[in-house]
Design a protein around this ligand. Sequence first.
Ligand SMILES: [Zn+2]
Ligand SMILES: [Zn+2]
Ligand SMILES: [Zn+2]
Ligand SMILES: [Zn+2]
Length: 393
Amino acid sequence: MLSLEQLSQMVKEHLGLCDYIDGTQYTCKWAINESPLSGRGLIATEDIMPGEVLFVDRPLIYGPRASSTVEQGCTVCAKLNSDTFYQCSKCSLLLCSEQCQNNDVHVNDCTIISRWNLKKPIEDADSSVLSRALTPIRALMLNNDQKLFMSCMQAHSLPQHGQEVRNLKQYYEIPEEEEQLMIAACCALDTNAFQIATPYGKKEMSMRGLYPVSGLMNHNCVPNTRYYFNSDLQMTVKAVKPIQAGAEIFSCYTGILWGTPARRVYLYKTKHFLCKCDRCSDPTERGTLLGALKCFSSECHGYLLPIDPLRTSSAWRCLQCEMRVPNENICAIQGALGSLMGTLNFEKVEDLESFLVDRIIKYIPKTNQIVIDLQCRLITAFGEAEGYRWHGE
Ligand SMILES: [Zn+2]
Ligand SMILES: [Zn+2]
Ligand SMILES: [Zn+2]
Ligand SMILES: [Zn+2]
């Protein structure tokens, strides 16, 4: 384990802050320090104003996300729809063009993968096996300093982490040392990786990146920063509220518009902690009622909310008639709504609109995260659908 000083030095080198333009010392308004929340975090050393850029991070490794629901695309340019997809004859990775095949990214991937002997034909594998493991495979290209940097990131080592590498091992003879490094990369990725937002309106394979400085920020459901990516995969982190010297700098690991039950379950399953922040402790989530459900009583128009939101098994209660609903019933509804949302796929923007206006709003409160999510989808769809564009093209 590195000391805080060693880690700080590594972070500065990674961000290129040591030899900043024309020799002037870059003033960074934060430092890595002990956090009351978990181990260490980023702490402001000076007052920071909203809008100030805190740092620009770049990924140690990046690549396709490992989730089985991720649609497969070109492993170089991430393009999803192409008539010309083919698998590289040497490494079997999915490519869209000769140009992508000759790209350095592919040449590096190909060199590593084609070195491994096959145990059985990779054609027998689900085509996503290689793609899902590609991000940890790319950890094998890191230099020693970068490997050290990766190794001092927080990492969960539960058995479920690293499954993408174990799947890969069924097909390839992978040297022990390489396997270990890839598993370590998976653990660091599962704990720290950020999903890289795809540019607006562009259909691209969903990617993740291991941003080591951003990964040092602890979570808060009301973060004081936001971040965005540019086409070079750089991640800019900005303050969104005033941050006083001595205060901790937070990012949000979940969807910001998810309600408390959804955020807490996600954080528990993927990051293995139960958030107890102010937003999670407030049943109304500062009056936003993002998790609220309609009262079960047919005569009542009230909203149901958890009595004790920090207890996952808490009963819920109607704000109006005080009817109490056991947690099992709430879970059943949330489960049904979750699977319904997972299957939605609207061909036409009108179908999405009528689903929202004529159906969903009858069953769940307008403040619920599902309604908010559908409204956001509708806004995006309106911007893109023929006949609904703001600027006629
Ligand atoms: Zn491509
Ligand atoms: Zn190849
Ligand atoms: Zn929280
Ligand atoms: Zn009620």
